[in-house]
Write a protein that binds this ligand. Sequence first.
Ligand SMILES: [Zn+2]
Length: 267
Amino acid sequence: MGRGAKPDVTQKGALNNNDPMLFDTHAHLNFKDYDKDREKVIRNSLEEGVFMINVGTDINESKKVAEISKKHKKGVYSSIGLHPLYVEKEDFENLLPEYENLARSSVVVAIGETGLDLQGKNMEKQRQVFLKHIQLAEKSGLPLILHCRKAHEELIELISNSTSKGVIHCFTGGEKELKEYLEMGFYIGFNGIIFKMNLEKEIRETPLERILLETDCPFLTPPEAKTERNEPLFVKYIAKEIARIKRISVKEVAKVTTRNAVNLFKL
Ligand SMILES: [Zn+2]
């Protein structure tokens, strides 16, 4: 592709300054929940200026998110990895060459979701697989999308030796963990869980410059959406709630968090 030519698939580094209005940095439009209307859901979002990252949860879903990205000129990015709840379902180490190959694709902007989930099984395996993801992120130069449930202390210990940065997706930790993540240079992802749990203090204490918006769709639908299934478009309700809590304009939240996403994922 020549310089200045418009890419015909979503690619890193191809964004103009004021392209997206809002950024859903954690979506799962690859899930079967969208088999009947996936392209329509994506179109609805893009038409409203909502860009997205679809997040893989195993090798097949990671391949699928990349395929979905390739169908779009702009704004539909991918993250690849094995979710900590599925570490016993596939042999990550054996599949590593396939993941490495995917990580080289121009549509893949992050490694994950990966991390630790205390409600899952086999913590030892989770640890091993997580460390492999950290190495993959270092090797590929991509940021991490981290999933953590009730295992912050250990997760912090495991990533503290790495040069890799990223986002703590669906943050539900306390003030202590928040402070540590911020000191280490991580971004904090907030989604519809903020309508279920009281995270107002944590949201106030996270500088806007370190917040990423996400939906985790099809899950965690904001109540205002008045529908069961979540989608990237509804990230606007997260922006609105954060604006309310921080007493700033929705426009400011949208502008800064979108810039954060562009910076972290090198778009
Ligand atoms: Zn997720």
